[in-house]
Design a binder for this molecule. Structure first.
Ligand code: BES
Ligand code: ZN
Ligand code: ZN
Length: 501
């Protein structure tokens, strides 16, 4: 499916479906008003019959609207005009996309991005509109024996804008949105793939495939023997309980001069988290195939960065293994030595994410990074703290935190700042080693971040806890977050003067 933008006379546009908004109380949007006037008030008459009053997300299909080349008109409720905002805008885009898809129309023209609301310009409405459209159409049915293939597929959605002079900025918005949407699809597909297929080896193969697409991308995969030889004792403590071998993947994207410091993204790649000997129960173990969502995010970001050909150097680092149980598996009370040299008493084998990430953080020093951002489904406590709406944002460098926070607002892929005060660190004290890997039930997402911070002292670092945002609770399906936030962060690095809205 492709999205594009266009400006022109609505009543002359040929399409299988013209989408028009109607506010609550049957108040026509500007576009609907134009069509109404050109069609002898066909829309007003239809609304008088009472089938749609403009409630948010309502839809009504009209055929044979006089004076229009469009085959059908889809009216969509926008809710109260005074309450129309970013959130309702995105909801309306999603609902109308699903309605158009259900029709079996092959193309549509949507006027919904014309609807104005406080604080967001045409660029934003098109960019987020296109992203939400792709998101609504996403399907993952590769594992059904019978595929649902509709007779007619939706091929194209054209968004109209009223001001012709904004066409080039709107086209830029479409192009950026398409790259981000493709990155998100890549992330969602990987995350949704079942854990018997999506193993560390599979992740490495997918990463290799991605790198074959472009000269700018190169990859190195460290095998178990090399991981051990390097001294990644924390990573190995998690990996050793599985008969599936671990991989340590690094991908380098070269878009800038060789000596330009790279933006390093580290993704937690636990392809299944049983908890190890601190075993998860039968309820909480379901959903743990998504414990590689951080890794999938890193690959999605690289895919988008490559497609946008960003003039930056970016490195993706993915420690990936399973957290399983066998005769070699780590016991609670084992003490291991990390790549940094710190010793860790493993009191809970389910707190494995920080163990694989701490070695990846230490490894990242070798890239002389501009910043290091790790992305991880790290703690259930983060879901308790922030729910599904916000990613937990931790940092040792305030300007980096602000930049990520801002990028989250801009893409409606929001992250919320959490404290990393030294006081929390005392919860990680161990009687026998330098540190314990758990800080007890209080402030679980903060003590996890505090653990990581010990390995991030040599660079500007941020940690994104995506336990709540990587999946939708309702369908247990991947969201593709926080690909939009991270790509926006990089776009903003390149255009620091761009106003935040
Ligand atoms: N992968 C989990 C975190 C998680 C839980 C992600 C639920 C998504 C949904 C992580 O490895 C984990 O088990 N963390 C423990 C940490 C605790 C033992 C200190 C947790 O959150 O309970
Ligand atoms: Zn765990
Ligand atoms: Zn985990």
């Amino acid at each position: 499916m492709e999205c594009s933008v266009k400006s022109g006379i609505l009543t002359k546009m040929r399409t299988a479906c013209l989408v028009l908004g109607v506010y609550a109380g049957k108040k026509l949007s500007v576009a609907a008003l134009l069509v109404d006037e050109a069609s002898d008030h066909f829309i007003t008459l239809a609304l008088k019959k009472g089938d749609l009053d403009g409630k948010l997300g309502q839809t009504l299909l009209l055929y044979q609207v006089p004076g229009l080349p469009a085959e059908r008109v889809l009216l969509v409720g926008l809710g109260k005009e005074s309450e129309f905002n970013e959130k309702t805008y995105l909801e309306v885009i999603t609902q109308s996309t699903l309605a158009v898809k259900a029709l079996g129309a092959q193309d549509a023209i949507s006027t919904l991005a014309e609807a104005l609301f406080e604080g967001r310009d045409t660029y934003w409405r098109i960019r987020l509109g296109v992203m939400a459209t792709h998101d609504a159409l996403y399907q993952f049915d590769g594992f059904r024996s019978k595929k649902e293939v509709p007779a007619k597929m939706l091929r194209r959605i054209v968004f109209t804008i009223t001001n012709r002079r904004e066409l080039s900025i709107a086209e830029k918005a479409v192009q950026e949105a398409a790259a981000i949407a493709q990155g998100m699809t890549f992330t969602k597909n990987l995350a949704n793939t079942p854990p018997n297929i999506c193993t560390p080896t599979f992740l490495a193969e997918q990463a290799e495939k991605l790198c074959k697409k472009s000269e700018a991308l190169s990859i190195a995969v460290l095998e178990e023997a090399q991981i051990k030889a390097l001294g990644m004792g924390a990573f190995m403590a998690v990996a050793q309980g599985s008969s599936t071998p671990p991989k340590f993947i690094t991908i380098e994207y070269r878009g800038a001069k060789k000596d330009a410091k790279p933006y390093v993204f580290i993704g937690k790649g636990i392809t299944f988290d049983t908890g190890g000997y601190s075993l998860k129960d039968k309820v909480n173990i379901v959903g743990q195939k998504y414990d590689m969502s951080g890794a999938a995010t890193v690959l999605g970001v690289l895919q988008a960065v490559n497609q946008l050909a960003l003039p930056l150097n970016v490195v993706g680092v993915i420690p990936t293994c399973e957290n399983m149980i066998n005769g070699q598996a780590t016991r609670p009370e084992d003490i291991i030595t990390t790549l940094l040299g710190t010793t860790v008493e493993i009191l809970n084998t389910d707190a494995e994410g920080r163990l694989i990430l701490c070695d990846a953080l230490t490894y990242s020093e070798r890239f002389s990074p501009e910043v290091v951002i790790d992305i991880a489904t790290l703690t259930g406590a983060c879901i308790i703290a922030l729910g599904r709406h916000a990613t937990g944002l931790f940092t040792n460098h305030a300007p980096l935190g602000e930049a990520l926070y801002k990028a989250g607002l801009e893409t409606h892929d929001r992250a919320w700042p959490m404290p990393l005060w030294e006081e929390y660190h005392s919860q990680l004290r161990s009687t026998f080693a330098d540190m314990s890997n758990t800080g007890g039930p209080e402030a679980g997402s903060i003590t996890a971040a505090s653990f990581l911070s010990q390995f991030a002292k040599k660079f500007h670092w941020a940690h994104l806890d995506i336990a709540g945002t990587a999946t939708k609770a309702s369908e247990k399906a991947a969201t593709g977050r926080p690909v939009p936030l991270l790509v926006q962060y990089l776009l903003n690095v390149l255009a620091p003067s761009k106003k935040s809205k």
